[in-house]
Write a protein that binds this ligand. Sequence first.
Ligand SMILES: NC(=O)C1=CN([C@@H]2O[C@H](COP(=O)(O)OP(=O)(O)OC[C@H]3O[C@@H](n4cnc5c(N)ncnc54)[C@H](O)[C@@H]3O)[C@@H](O)[C@H]2O)C=CC1
Ligand SMILES: O=C([O-])CC(=O)C(=O)O
Length: 318
Amino acid sequence: MVKVTIVGATGNVGMFAAHAISSIPHIDEILLHGRPGREALLMGITQDLMDSFAARGTDIRVTWTTDLHDAAGSDIVVILAGVPRKAGQDRLDLALENARIVAPIAETIGKVAPDTKLFVVTNPVDVMTSVALRFSMLKPHQVFGLGTHLDSMRLKALIASYFHVHVSEVHTRIIGEHGDSLVPLWSATTIGGIKISNLPEFSHLPVKDFIESVKCSGHRIIQNKGSTVYGPGEAIATLVRTILLDENRILTVSAFIHREVHCIGNICIGVPARVNRQGVFPITIRLDESEVIAFRDSVEKIRASTDSVIKTLEQERQ
Ligand SMILES: NC(=O)C1=CN([C@@H]2O[C@H](COP(=O)(O)OP(=O)(O)OC[C@H]3O[C@@H](n4cnc5c(N)ncnc54)[C@H](O)[C@@H]3O)[C@@H](O)[C@H]2O)C=CC1
Ligand SMILES: O=C([O-])CC(=O)C(=O)O
């Protein structure tokens, strides 16, 4: 029985993610979790999803609950519970408020579903992934965040459009914070298998504009329509599919690193990782010198926020 639980399923991203995930083969049950008081909304979302499955011919059971203990037996638990940022806010501004929401959820999931993969989306996602790892007591390969996967996809689309090629011809990666200190890896960017810097057009590429556009993407969408939904929803479904179908894809997720990237580590941050049924496994990589410097800065920025948030949560529990 393959079961996926979505915590924060009444939110904008949660609702769409449930629908996107439902197109993955071999899922038996999607469990929607919401806070007590949201029962009617959960019931409505469940019925609406079931109607869409009937129309599409999808045979998945949708259930809902306000009790996290029902997540027992989940193959994957996606955490989307938390406040989203408003236009003008930085994702890191949400750190303490969302950590207070994510920590108890992770703690309960670690107890009721000790074999699950815990997939964190709540922002600031890198900090929340460390919080989830710390309070769930699960193993590092079981806990990961959406990280810079969506940023990488945003950059990939811009490059594909510039070179007039299909997106599948572009491979690129952004590592580091899902935020302003993100680090694009031009050294790992290829078009049709050819290193981008070996293409004459690369010298004309508006690199700074592209990176600025990726950094501002979430903010611009929030300003125009209130929240980002389809991009994160599909990105979440990609991760869930990669795990459930044991695809061994290399995706850029927020994962706990130790020595894999130039021995910089002991933190959860966006890095390339092998993703399969067992979870996420960061791969060892060598970067260009400028990329190492930028990645180290990004790690230290996330470490400062993570350490401060975890320290506060631990003090509050004493
Ligand atoms: N990592 C990424 O790339 C992305 C992360 N996000 C993040 O995902 C989170 C959810 O985003 P949206 O769905 O747009 O927000 P939303 O406001 O529509 O939904 C928030 C969800 O969290 C729940 N929630 C709020 N406070 C709670 C509390 N105290 N305890 C338990 N549950 C609580 C709500 O009931 C709701 O289900 C935000 O933190 C947002 O920043 C969103 C898009 C992309
Ligand atoms: O920008 C936000 O707050 C939501 C998010 O992380 C994204 O879509 O990249």
